[in-house]
Design a protein around this ligand. Sequence first.
Ligand SMILES: [Mg+2]
Length: 303
Amino acid sequence: MVVADDDRATRALVARWVQTTGLSVIEAGDGEAALLCVNAHLARVAVVILDVMMPNRDGFGVLGALRADPATHALPVILLTAHATDEPDVLRGIETGAADHMPKPFSGPLLVARVRQLAQQRAAAVRTDWQLRRAQTAATRDPLTGLANRRQFEEVLVAEQAYAKRHQSPAALALLDLDHFKTVNDVFGHQSGDRVLCHFAEIVRATLRVEDHAFRVGGEEFALVLRGTGVQGAELVIARLRAELSRAALILGSDRTSYRIRFSAGVSPLDGEKAVAAVLKEADDALYSAKRSGRNQTAVARV
Ligand SMILES: [Mg+2]
């Protein structure tokens, strides 16, 4: 908790009372120091207590600054003031977003009860926020490889196609499918299969540029959406990927077999004039022809 008051005695008294709740207290002597303390200890701050009359930004000013910053927007703030019963002051506090307005001199037990309640509410809100973010991540990420999932793929494909069309820039879609993946699972077990998938995803991540997107779209199927890159550029990216994979073999199984991941790829231009489903079909047909021609190669859609 942060307590800001330019009166050292009041500050110390507040700190003593609040410490009985088990919360640690950081003290600040003016408004600017209060903002610095809150931002420096954000993860540990559950409640902020502000004196209203302070130098270098008064309590209302600090409250307004906290509310304006998304990182501190939801922090509960108690205003502590000699004017706690003045209607305009109380109104201003409510309008600026204070959780409470307490009079000076304050009642220790009341302050403690309020701080405890606000700290609990804050903890619950942080927990909910964290769960929400985790759920959002789970909805968009493949949990095994950490790559974006199929749902994200469909969204990004549409967005990147629109981007390519608007900026008149090329873009490409590549579908990749690991060769003989079922054999890995059958011979070395599913754990080794998972290692192969993670290793592949790792190399893909390391090979792509920041503006490219990679997805795991099925069991051993992956997709790349490449911005500002035509079909030839996509072929180069895939060739680089093959080179990286051949340098980084995996050791699998109890007899320590050196295993090199191989994959087939189908590439199609992400043409802004076509339906996304048609582009997908072209890439898929190309992938199929790469498989049929003996795997471990890249085929380009005939368009
Ligand atoms: Mg003061």
